[in-house]
Structures are given as C-alpha cells and as structure tokens.
Design a protein around this ligand. Structure first.
Ligand SMILES: [Cu+2]
Length: 174
C-alpha cells in the first residue's frame, strides 16, 4: 500500500500539472487572498477564478504612475461615447468591507474623491487608488448568484485606460 503510493502520488501530481498547463492560465485563489497589481495599463494577474461561498480578500495595489480604479461588472456603459463603467455591477447586493493600512475603512472611502454622496450611491462599486498611495483590501464572500464570467477594468482618463487594455476576467465557479 505505502509502496505503491510512493509511485502513484508523484505521477498523479505530474498529470495534474500537465492538465493545468493546458488550460487558460487563470489564477485560482485557494487561500482566498489575492493581490492585484495595477500599472499602465494592466492588472496583474488579469485572469482570476473564485469559488461560490469563498471568503475573498483582494488587495489592490497601484504600482503605476497614474491613478487607477478597479470595477467589476458586465456590459460596458458608454457615456457621451466614452467607456465609463459597467451596466451590471458585480458588487450589487454583495456585502463588502474594506481595509487600508491594516485599518478597517468605510467602502465609500475607496471611491473616487470629489463625488457627491448621491453620485456615490448611484455609482458602481469601485476601488480608486491614487498613484503612490497605499494598497486597499476588499473583503467579501462570493455569492451563488454571481456564477459566471465577469470583467474587471479601469476607466480612468476618460476611458483611455480601458481602451489601452486595462481589464481582466473574473470567473466565479460553483
Ligand atoms: Cu487605470
């Protein structure tokens, strides 16, 4: 019994690795903790896979020289011909808490400054990070009604960042 496992285990691991290598390189998050780095003009990683029921801590870190934002949704919303966000917000109905510099902060504080309270209430959830600022962490449990494929993106500079390819895919699996 023990002897056979000695050979089977490395073999099955090798097969698993081979199978994983053949698929699209989505970053799975077994621990639930993930850092997404932002810079001009990309998110690293840009393919993420989450599981329903998983408690997730996503830390957004702006390592670029420009301000960047993180929004997750479906169907890009155009405003005066400029991509400005998503029609459907992934975070709608999701309870999100936030931390910054190891302190808990209201999620509203992660939105772009200068917005009125009314604008914030109507706006999709976002994490806006000024260039050079400290990372922010959002914490939430992945709800079952979010299964499927979502897009995340940055629409800063009148949608330029989005056009430049600053976007990624978030897949929620059962
Ligand atoms: Cu950006």
């Amino acid at each position: 019994m023990t002897r056979i496992w000695k050979y089977l285990l490395p073999l099955s691991l090798a097969m698993l690795l081979a199978a994983a290598a053949c698929q699209a390189p989505a970053t799975t998050v077994p621990s639930g903790e993930l850092t997404i780095t932002e810079k001009e003009f990309e998110f690293i990683p840009n393919k993420i896979m989450l599981k329903v029921g998983q408690e997730v801590r996503i830390t957004l870190s702006n390592m670029g020289e420009k301000d960047h934002e993180f929004m997750v949704g479906r169907d890009v919303r155009m405003e005066d011909g400029i991509p400005d966000g998503f029609m459907t917000d992934f975070f709608e109905g999701v309870e999100v808490t936030a931390e910054r510099d190891s302190q808990s902060v209201p999620v509203m504080m992660l939105m772009e400054p200068g917005m009125t309270e009314e604008e914030m209430a109507e706006h999709s959830f976002m994490v806006w990070l000024e260039a050079g600022s400290s990372p922010a962490t959002i914490i939430f449990t992945v709800p079952a009604n979010k299964v499927g494929e979502w897009t995340f993106g940055c629409f800063e500079d009148d949608g330029d960042h989005w056009e430049e390819g600053m976007r990624g895919t978030l897949t929620v699996e059962r």
